[in-house]
Design a protein around this ligand. Sequence first.
Ligand code: ZN
Ligand code: ZN
Length: 295
Amino acid sequence: MGSCGTHQGTECWCNTRPDCLSALNVVGAYVLTLYADVVVILFCLVWRVWYGVFAYVFLAASALAIWAHLKTMLTDPGSVPADAQPLGGEGTSDLGYCAKCNAYKPRSAYHCSKCRRCVVRMDHHCPYTNNCVGAKNQKHMILFLVYCVAQALFAIALCGYYCFESHGFQSYPWPQRVFAVLLAVDGMLTLAFTGNMTRRQITSVVTGVGTIDRLKLAKGKTIAGGNPLPLSAVFGNGTVMLWWVPIDPDFGDPPDAILGYRSPSYVSVKAAAAAAASSGEIAEANAHLPLLAKS
Ligand SMILES: [Zn+2]
Ligand SMILES: [Zn+2]
């Protein structure tokens, strides 16, 4: 199969058919972030009117935000494979079926028309990341939002501090004043967007009721979830230190309990690593055969 896409077996998960709004939103998010980076670099490291250390802290938050954004955008959010089966203990009344995927649909999954897949614990399809937010990338989404909020607050604080500092902002030539004011506006815009999204994601985890679930409840419909999520179901079983790094969460091997289905074609991570190691040993042994034959 290979290639980029949202089909089963894709090597690079990516919604290759974004609508215009999604493409604009993604580009807009990067413009806001990169503008802030450039202005902070200019003030701290080029013009040297702000402390240089602020640039390193700001750029670290920015790098983490971009890393988390890319991971949210390019990680399979929890697409259900065609051979998914109910977990052993699940009653027949809980059996779901998706006519579009022609496959089993776990209780927490919704079918996304934009990704064209059923996604486990789908929160919503996010136009700012051109991807669904689901069980496997919700950690990345939350980290992206947290680092954006931190960056926005830092930008506003920097502008505020230097605006009121004596001999600071007032002494700047007008181009620097424009850059600083636009940085503050950039921070406020980012805070307005990501602050609200952060609140919604935290609510989703704390209540176990995702964005789509909330919309369904508002319409008087019933939902499958509704139980608060353990943090390990979002951030994985690794140490708390790793929760802050946008790497894929460890949901166990196999991750059936978190995903809510079992897949006969699932290859255990340990078994795959052992197979790769043994094939490497065989390849290494084969590489030495000609030498052995000559000696
Ligand atoms: Zn489906
Ligand atoms: Zn989607």
